[in-house]
Write a protein that binds this ligand. Structure first.
Ligand code: IFM
Length: 456
């Protein structure tokens, strides 16, 4: 197959601050909800925390050298809010800003475009103590933080993402409680979703005011690829419900300035949505330059009932998830590249004028360094090849896809799974911090060098 990508296609990899930086209490950084959650007994496997993680805070130069070796054109990372604004608001930490300045400079020197995400789940604990994302004030604080970051870094960083996967922040953080801050409250989750949308819109306004006109602004969503188990009206309605609370709860406000009417009806037993104020939805739908899509696996759904507490308010009592047959990753997620194609084509049809980036895609496997110090990960290479082929098929079918960011550069802190799940194309020996590129890193380097898939 002659799968070449368009000239200028962006080849990146992605990480997030809490998952890699470490230096949790250094240079003025204050705790985030993940520092607290990972210390709460039983919340994260093995009691792992991000205190040290991959120690990227001290090793970023070595990591950027690895990125340069790979030939990355772009590197997607997130800023730690409480490293820049200890406590989430108020005085700025110069040392925090200096770290990201140095990181961006090193990237630019290596010829790699920095792509900064403002929020990848690490809400400053003080803001959670004041109510967190269910409260409107958090969205306002986020806009102030966005302005600070843009003022300080806008001369070096041209590509900005407001939020990463607000669905997870709202529904895993406040709905099922399996992520920080660990609250299980349907109303809080729906309020959080709206305030995350509002935070995005307010931040877009703040970024536009502070950044040069050419700056590229985006939002990253983990859009769900749902398939009905059968073609019955009941199973199709299960998809509709999940699509409302999983996808359209973000897509409709951000791109159309409205709440999905069926979502409002489905959740009427939980809320009347009166926390959405006049003008909010206009703020949320401020124009952006690209949509980031994170994709790992699809879900097959049928009419039924899900376990509670569930991250699907208004849908959980009406849907059940049907396991997909076939290969699975170490996360027990199915390997199904067609889901990526389906999602991209849907977005082509629904948002024809919005350029797309795949801002995360990748797989965890049980990798280990063999006695020669090599890490052979043929399953990951297979996963990546199949998903890039699906992305290429989408391009051929008219999807305006501008780039691909592999998750992840390094093995890292995989949230509630701690260090037990390895997504990196570079192996990290956590006790020593030693980095070893896996076979998949060499394979990805080949993809980037030829701007296409190598022969098998
Ligand atoms: O590690 C996470 C990342 O932080 C957000 N998207 C999914 C990845 C794998 O679970």
């Amino acid at each position: 197959m002659n799968a070449h990508f368009p000239a200028g296609f962006r080849w990146g990899s992605a990480t997030a601050a809490y998952q890699i930086e470490g230096a949790a209490a250094e240079d003025g950084r204050t705790p985030s909800i993940w520092d607290s959650f990972s210390r709460a007994p039983g919340k994260v496997r093995n009691g792992d925390t991000g205190d040290v993680a991959t120690d990227h805070y001290h090793r970023f130069r070595e990591d950027i050298a690895l990125m340069k070796e790979l030939g990355l054109t772009d590197y997607r990372f997130s800023l730690s809010w409480s490293r820049i604004l200890p406590g989430g608001r108020g005085p700025v930490s110069q040392k925090g800003l200096d770290f990201y300045r140095a990181l961006a400079d090193e990237l630019l020197d290596a010829g790699i475009r920095p792509v900064a995400t403002l929020y990848h789940w690490d809400l400053p604990q003080e803001l959670e103590d004041a109510g967190g994302w269910p409260e409107r004030a958090t969205a306002e604080s986020f806009a102030a933080y966005a302005a600070v970051a843009a003022d300080a870094l806008g001369d070096r960083i041209a590509t900005w993402t407001t939020l990463n996967e607000p669905w997870c922040a709202a529904f895993l953080g406040y709905g099922s409680g399996v992520h920080a801050p660990g609250r299980a409250d349907d109303l809080a989750a729906l309020r959080a979703a709206h305030h995350l949308n509002l935070a995005h819109g307010l931040a877009v306004r703040a970024l536009r005011a502070a950044l040069p006109a050419a700056a590229e602004l985006s939002l990253t969503l983990n859009l769900h690829a749902f398939r009905a188990h059968t073609d019955t009206p009941e199973d199709r309605d299960a998809v509709r419900r999940l699509d409302a609370v999983g996808n359209r709860i973000f897509l409709d406000p951000v791109f159309h300035g409205r709440l999905p009417a069926d979502l409002v009806a489905d959740t009427a037993g939980i809320t009347d949505w009166s926390f959405v104020r006049d003008g909010d939805l206009d703020t949320v739908c401020a124009p952006i330059d690209a949509l980031g899509v994170n994709y790992y696996a699809p879900s097959v759904v049928a009419a039924g009932t899900s376990e509670t507490p569930s991250p699907w308010p208004g849908a959980a009592e009406h849907v059940r998830f049907v396991p997909l047959p076939g290969p699975r990753t170490a996360m027990d997620w199915p390997v199904d590249p067609d889901g990526l194609y389906e999602l991209l084509v849907r977005l082509r049809d629904e948002l024809p004028h919005v350029p797309l980036l795949i801002t995360e895609n990748g797989a965890a496997y049980d990798d280990y360094a063999d006695p020669e110090g090599d890490v052979h990960d043929p399953e990951r290479v297979g996963y990546l090849r199949a998903h890039l082929a699906a992305a290429h098929r989408a391009l051929a079918d008219g999807v305006d896809l501008r780039g691909y960011f592999l998750w992840s550069l390094l093995d890292n802190f995989e949230w509630a799974y701690g260090y037990g799940k390895r997504f990196g194309i570079v192996h990290v020996d956590f006790p020593t911090g030693r980095r070893t590129p896996k076979d998949s890193a060499r394979w990805y380097r080949g993809v980037i060098a030829r701007n296409g898939l190598p022969p098998r």
